[in-house]
Design a protein around this ligand. Structure first.
Ligand SMILES: [Zn+2]
Length: 207
C-alpha cells in the first residue's frame, strides 16, 4: 500500500538527502550580488508524516546572503515541503491522488489514515484542479510529460507517471524533484490560498 511508505521514517530520510543536494546547488551558486550564502533555515512544523519523522523536518533549508547591505534570501526548491503548505508534499500528493481515479477513497478513510480534515482535502483538490494547471511551471513542464503520459487529472496522472509501485522510493524521488520548482516563491505565478499557510519563503525578504 502506498501510504505504508509514507509511514516509514527511512523514506523521509531519503527525501531529506535530495533536499540537501538541491540546497548544495543553491549554496554553490551564491547570491546574485556575488556574496556568499550562509545557512538561515526556516523553522517548520510539518503535518501528516510519521511520529518518528527525522529531526531535520523541523526546518526548511534556506540561505541568506552574507554581504552587508544585501542579506537577500535564497531558498532552494524542496522535495519535502510543498511551498507554504503545512502538510508534507508527498502527503498532499498522495491523499489528493487517492481521492481520484476509478475507485476514489472516501474522505473519511483518508482522514483516518493521514489525519487530514475534510476542508483540507477539498482545498487540495482545488489546488490541484484549479491552481496547479495555471502555474507557469506546469505550462512549461507539460511539454516534457505529455508525449509520455496522458494527463487526465491532477495529481493522480502525475503520480502514476512517476511512481511504479507501493515502495517505489526512486519514483517518488523523481516525482517530487519534478514538482520541486513549484516549492519556491518564483515557481508559482499564481497565489495559493491556504489559511493554514506557514510564513512565506519570500525570495525578496531580508534576514
Ligand atoms: Zn547578496
Amino acid at each position: 500500500m502506498y501510504h505504508e511508505l509514507l509511514s516509514d521514517a527511512t523514506f523521509w530520510a531519503f527525501l531529506f538527502t535530495i533536499d540537501q543536494d538541491l540546497a548544495e546547488h543553491c549554496r554553490k551558486d551564491g547570491c546574485g550580488c556575488g556574496g556568499r550564502l550562509h545557512r538561515a533555515n526556516y523553522p517548520r512544523k510539518p503535518a501528516g508524516g510519521p511520529r518518528d519523522l527525522p529531526v531535520e523536518y523541523r526546518y526548511r533549508l534556506s540561505f541568506c546572503c552574507a554581504r552587508d547591505g544585501c542579506r537577500k534570501r535564497a531558498t532552494p526548491p524542496s522535495v519535502r515541503f510543498l511551498g507554504r503548505k503545512v502538510y508534507l508534499g508527498a502527503v498532499v500528493i498522495l491523499v489528493a491522488a487517492m481521492r481520484q481515479g476509478p475507485t476514489p477513497r472516501r474522505v473519511r478513510e483518508l482522514r483516518e489514515l493521514f489525519g487530514v480534515s475534510h476542508r483540507t482535502i477539498y482545498r487540495w483538490r482545488d489546488f490541484w484542479n484549479e491552481h496547479f494547471p495555471k502555474t507557469t511551471f506546469w505550462k512549461v513542464a507539460r511539454a516534457r510529460l505529455v508525449p509520455v503520459c496522458e494527463i487526465v487529472d491532477f495529481p493522480r496522472s502525475l503520480w502514476e507517471a512517476f511512481v511504479r509501485g507501493g515502495d517505489d522510493r526512486a519514483g517518488w524521488g523523481k516525482l517530487l524533484r519534478f514538482l520541486s520548482p513549484i516549492t519556491i516563491t518564483k515557481g508559482l505565478e499564481i497565489k495559493l490560498s491556504d489559511d493554514r499557510d506557514q510564513p512565506a519563503e519570500d525570495a525578496s525578504r531580508r534576514c
